[in-house]
Design a protein around this ligand. Structure first.
Ligand SMILES: [Mn+2]
Length: 322
């Protein structure tokens, strides 16, 4: 299916739609919240009744995003359409079966390699930098409203999902659109300062501890770990120390950086980062998760030793350091 045909199908359905639920994946991030708030505001200005849905806590450094006050966890609503943003598969949206099934139109807008085309309309560009870049295309294609707040939301998602325009998904088109968003009023200096230069001091102290205990595996993989006890000790949220994974990736010998985050006694969230063409999306997928070439994640229910061994096995299978 052609992406423009899908966008036109979406337009046809939008014309006969009054109320719309918008939702994204659990564990909100910049692209998730940027696309959710950006498209919601645009559709409000377009005259639609919108219900952006959020079940989880908003990470501290994304609380500056405009229109977060529109978000609610109430799904007892009457809607014609549901738009699912930045979510590769239906399960990661949360428990929304009833709402999803009641919607006459189901739209899936996403850029994950592993997207499962669970919508009736699937505006999916695999390998694209971000859902926010795709939402910008949709807004331009359909002449939907755009303003300073919408552009702020969209630029935030493009910036965070490209690791500040660092990942190989950053194309000249991505940069042109980022430039256009600045012209529409997005304040990139504010985004940079609030997202990348406002780390809690205690989070830095915990990051130092994580870094000093990081294992270097096969000479080219860094594997760090953070426990729930450490988070309590330093009084920070796990989202406060997410960027620690980039520290080792950005050194000369490291090709893949891994951060194992304890969730409960025997459940771990594992994040992966890589450089250039090294595809950690495949490694995460083989471990039951997903994501992108340079940034991916999974959740594993097992004891720590098993988790660590499974990760090493998948890295060996990928054959990177041989
Ligand atoms: Mn994304």
């Amino acid at each position: 299916m052609k992406i423009n045909d899908e966008i036109m199908k979406f337009k046809g359905q939008l014309d006969s739609t009054n109320s719309i639920a918008l939702i994204s994946h659990l564990d909100p991030d910049g692209d998730n919240l940027g696309s959710l708030t950006g498209l919601s505001k645009s559709l409000v200005k377009f005259g639609k009744k919108v219900y952006p849905i959020e079940f989880d806590k908003i990470p501290e450094n994304l609380k500056f995003l405009p229109n977060l006050d529109l978000l609610s966890d109430n799904i007892d609503i009457n809607i014609d359409m549901i738009i699912c943003l930045d979510c590769a598969n239906y399960e990661r949206l949360g428990m929304i079966d009833d709402l999803f099934n009641r919607a006459k139109y189901r739209i899936n807008i996403d850029h994950h390699q592993s997207n499962e085309f669970y919508g009736q309309v699937n505006i999916v560009k695999k390998g694209y930098s971000s859902t926010c870049e795709l939402v910008f295309d949709v807004i331009k294609e359909l002449n939907l409203p755009i303003d300073e707040e919408i552009s702020m939301s969209l630029l935030t998602g493009i910036s965070t999902d490209t690791g500040r325009f660092l990942y190989s998904s950053t194309t000249s088109d991505t940069l042109s659109k980022a430039s256009a968003l600045i012209d529409y009023g997005a304040d990139m200096i504010k985004i940079n300062e609030l997202i990348y230069q406002s780390k809690k001091f205690n989070a830095q102290l915990l990051e130092n501890e994580i870094l000093s205990n990081t294992e270097i595996y096969s000479n080219c993989v860094a594997i760090g770990f953070v426990s729930t006890d450490q988070l309590i000790k330093y009084n920070v949220e796990v989202s406060d120390i997410d960027s620690v994974i980039n520290t080792f990736r950005d050194t000369n010998i490291i090709k893949i950086s891994v951060l194992i985050k304890q969730q409960t006694e025997n459940e771990y969230k594992v994040s992966f980062r890589s450089k250039g063409n090294i595809d950690v999306g495949i490694i995460a997928k083989n471990l039951g998760g997903g994501g992108h070439k340079n940034a991916a994640a999974t959740r594993i229910k097992a004891d720590y030793e098993t988790v660590l061994n499974n990760i090493k096995k998948e890295i060996d299978r990928y054959g990177l350091c041989n």
